[in-house]
Design a protein around this ligand. Structure first.
Ligand code: URA
Length: 271
């Protein structure tokens, strides 16, 4: 059971004060009767609620895919800087949080939810959920780096990093078809723009063919992990974008800064 104004606010229909006004103004019907009291108790599993004639079904759990741009903090709130939650707009429900963090300058896939259990499952290192990133590196990446990523790297923590996969997007790999990516074919429209762009750059620009673009797949989510792994090998990450988390792949049609709810299918695959 929950208050009617909270029910409507959770579903993104306005602020609590806007909704109180709407309820008192007779715009909300519960069952067959216009509601008059914002504090009226609603059984969210059984009651039918209509707002301006439209039926509003309650979602207890919500899952958003965000295409995080650079310059935004992965936090729920910050007194000075914009956060990823601000990108969901002022009418978002208040119990949402990002599943893990991307650095301020990192772009790409970020899941935002109010499902604590799911977040815990996805973030637990014991569950080995793969996260794949596209990265641009300041110098050539060779076999030694690939081997070091596989074996584990000392980045100053108590333990080495868990085995990670490093794939260099060099001219040869790009000309080999089909593209043997960890997530499936680059031709599938579910895969993301940066790879397609990387491929085009490499084709048209001989400079860009010098092995500076990579895909990295890690199983953990340590602080600045990928940057620190490259740093330990004397290299620098110039650009980083997360493309996938488990089975969830960044929607190529989602512009930077945009978010959408996960589809049923995406949610099924993620669980
Ligand atoms: N590794 C990093 O270094 N930064 C991120 O944002 C994610 C992974």
């Amino acid at each position: 059971m929950m208050r009617l104004d909270k029910y409507l606010a959770d579903m993104g229909l306005g602020t609590r004060s806007e909704l109180k006004k709407a309820i008192r103004g007779g715009r909300v019907i519960v069952g067959e009767t216009p509601a008059v009291r914002p504090e009226m108790k609603i059984d969210e599993t059984h009651d039918t609620v209509r707002f301006d004639g439209k039926e509003i079904t309650y979602r207890r759990l919500e899952y958003w895919m965000l295409h995080k741009p650079a310059g935004v903090l992965s936090a729920t709130k910050d007194p000075k800087q914009p956060t990823v939650l601000d990108l969901l707009g002022p009418n978002r429900r208040k119990d949402l949080f990002p599943v893990g963090r991307l650095d301020k300058d990192t772009e790409g896939l970020l899941l935002i939810t109010n499902d604590g259990e799911m977040a815990h499952r996805l973030l637990s290192p014991a569950k080995h959920v793969n996260k794949t990133y596209y990265a641009r590196i300041d110098q050539e990446v060779g076999e030694a780096a690939i081997e070091a990523f596989r074996a584990g790297i000392d980045i100053g923590d108590d333990t080495l990093t868990m085995p990670a996969e490093l794939m260099v997007l060099d001219r040869q790999a790009l000309s080999e078809s089909p593209f043997n990516l960890p997530l499936g074919s680059v031709k599938g429209n579910t895969f993301c723009d940066p790879l397609l762009i990387a491929r085009e750059n490499t084709r048209n620009n001989p400079q860009a063919a010098s092995c500076r673009e990579v895909l990295v797949t890690i199983q953990e989510g340590r602080y600045h992990q990928i940057k620190r792994m490259f740093e330990a090998l004397g290299m620098q990450v110039l650009y980083l974008k997360r493309l996938s988390m488990g089975n969830l792949v960044l929607d190529a049609h989602l512009e930077k800064g945009q978010a959408r709810l996960l589809t049923e299918e995406e949610l099924d695959r993620l669980c």
